[in-house]
Design a protein around this ligand. Structure first.
Ligand SMILES: NC(=O)CC(=O)C(=O)O
Length: 287
């Protein structure tokens, strides 16, 4: 973390675009190596991809699902955050809730002491059917989460969504109105929707809300049943792509500067110009 002249904190964000395979222990070990590498480069907010500990597929979710209380992934992620001394948005994992035996696509978030500070269950399930291209029905094995997630950090508040959640403008809009400076989405778009919408949606959420938006994908594995698009990307409050990458395993870095964000918000002052007399203030919606 650095402090600028006018005392705003800048945080260094790292998106860890991991190669993910079938071996959960190997995936956790690979995540640890890369989280520590990002921390060694000064990152203090580190993000992992959607389904970073298992292959992405409806048949895999129940097979790999684990309890947040008893499974190995939360323990491993907590240790990574603590050893990295960084906030960790732990991608997502298939979670089995032992109270109702349902499976969720869940992101867990840790502070630099390794404490679990938030949990987000994907609220919009990825159910699509693009004829001749891709059919994917998360609802065959997953249950949707029931709440939006905003996390307090020493840099400010951050909104968290998972992948398909980015297609819905409301969660990002609510997060921005509730004071979040960034929306972070672990995600795994594919070879059909990736080139069409991955960057466009991030830029749309960013420019509408004048906030930072970042999405962290797994690396592409052409031997897997689902081919992730990759291209983990960080977008600025003006809707500009700050950093991105290709489809291979890599880490994407950018400084998120709240002073710059606020300057931009002042120069195009949408927040003072809203016409709540003509439309509903969605920030009144409960998260
Ligand atoms: N995988 C997802 O949840 C979403 C996706 O790939 C898309 O919206 O496209």
């Amino acid at each position: 973390m650095t402090s600028t002249a006018n005392n705003h904190k800048t945080c260094k964000l790292a998106l860890v675009q991991l190669a993910v395979g079938a071996d959960k222990d190997a995936n956790l070990a690979n995540a640890r190596t890369h989280v520590l590498e990002a921390a060694s480069k000064g990152a203090n907010l580190i993000v992992l991809p959607e389904c970073f500990n298992s292959p992405y597929g409806t048949n895999y979710f129940p097979e790999y699902a684990e309890s947040l209380k008893e499974g190995p992934s939360v323990k491993a992620l907590s240790a990574m955050a603590k050893d990295a001394k960084a906030y960790l948005i732990g991608g997502s994992i298939p979670e089995r809730d032992l109270t109702d035996d349902k499976v969720y696509n869940t992101c867990t978030v840790y502070n630099p002491e390794g404490e679990l500070i938030a949990t987000h269950r994907k609220v919009h399930l990825f159910d699509i059917d693009v004829p001749g291209k891709i059919r994917f029905q998360e609802s065959e094995t997953l249950t949707a989460g029931k709440q939006l997630t905003h996390v307090d950090t020493e840099f400010g508040k951050i909104g968290v969504g998972i992948c398909y959640d980015i297609r819905f403008p409301e969660p990002a809009m609510i997060a921005a109105r509730k004071g979040c400076f960034a929306m972070i989405y672990p995600g795994a778009f594919n070879m059909t929707t990736g080139p069409l919408h991955w960057e466009l949606l991030q830029r749309a959420r960013a420019v509408d809300n004048q906030m930072y938006v970042a999405a962290c994908s797994p690396a592409r594995d052409v031997s897997a049943s689902y081919h992730a698009w990759g291209h983990s990307t960080i977008v600025g409050p003006a809707g500009d792509v700050i950093q991105t990458t290709d489809e291979k395993q890599s880490i994407v870095y950018a400084d998120l500067d709240l002073a710059k964000m606020n300057e931009f918000r002042q120069s195009i002052p949408l927040n003072n110009q809203r016409r709540f007399d003509l439309y509903v203030d969605v920030s009144k919606t409960q998260p």
